[in-house]
Design a protein around this ligand. Structure first.
Ligand code: ZN
Length: 147
């Protein structure tokens, strides 16, 4: 069950056959975790999201996590987006872009716990400035998924 839910979120273990992922199931799971938009404080209808990167969470600090944070702060989204770590029995940290209906973009740091699904939480929200937001928007292009 946990694996199925994480598959909905695009956190797919490699080498395992993946059931068909319905975008609306993934959206429903994400809406539950995110709650209201951290930018406009409203419901997430019409908002877009995109999984930028994932890293296996080996503690509060890890080389992969440090690297992703560096790339994001530099605005190097294409390089950050190459990080797609997965461990079937590990905690996963996901950097997910959220596009508000206002046009503003935030990066969410979501922690997916292996053991208890209900503890998956948004641990950090970084609102991007206008130029960084525009860079990320153009990097994601047509890949935004509507929540
Ligand atoms: Zn919003």
């Amino acid at each position: 069950m946990l694996r199925a839910l994480k598959s909905f979120l695009g956190l797919r273990p490699t080498g395992v056959s993946v059931a068909r992922i319905e975008p609306e199931d993934r959206a429903a799971a994400l809406r539950k975790i995110i709650g209201k938009c951290p930018i406009c404080q409203k419901e997430l209808d019409g908002h877009g999201s995109y999984q930028l990167a994932t890293v296996v969470a080996e503690g509060p600090v890890s080389p992969g996590l440090t690297r992703i944070r560096e790339l994001i702060s530099r605005g190097d989204f294409s390089e950050a987006g190459k990080h797609r770590e997965w461990k079937a029995d590990g905690d996963i940290r996901e950097f997910r872009a959220l596009r508000c209906t206002s046009g503003e973009i935030a990066l969410l740091d979501i922690f997916y716990r292996f053991k208890i699904w209900s503890e998956d939480v948004v641990q950090g929200v970084q609102r991007l400035g206008q130029s960084q937001g525009a860079d990320l928007d153009s990097f994601v292009g047509g890949r935004w998924e509507t929540l």
